[in-house]
Design a protein around this ligand. Structure first.
Ligand SMILES: [Zn+2]
Length: 97
């Protein structure tokens, strides 16, 4: 993910946190109020927030240090969680032989 999209994700995270909105956030790419917020907990206690536009292909992910303030199990998306789980698996240090 480029630095630019990280910045966009941080802006979306701020907007989401201050308003509590999980949908209707303004997309930084197409400028429409079509960004939805999703959460994942790919491993216990390892949360991510995802921002995905339903109108264009904009997508951004933010790593969180704890449980998201507006965390809601009904906002967990299985496909995104599977992607996060895969990233975490790949990030593991190889076992010593
Ligand atoms: Zn968009």
């Amino acid at each position: 993910m480029s630095k630019d999209s990280v910045n966009k994700a941080v802006e979306l995270l701020k907007a989401h946190k201050s308003t509590g909105k999980v949908s209707g956030l303004t997309c930084p790419q197409c400028d429409r109020p079509t960004v939805e917020v999703w959460f994942t907990e790919a491993q216990p206690g390892r949360f991510r927030s995802w921002f995905a536009c339903s109108d264009c292909r904009f997508e951004a992910r933010v790593q969180l240090s704890g449980r998201p303030v507006h965390f809601d199990k009904s906002r967990v998306r299985a496909d995104l969680q599977a992607r996060d789980a895969e990233i975490m698996d790949n990030a593991k240090f190889p076992e010593p032989e």
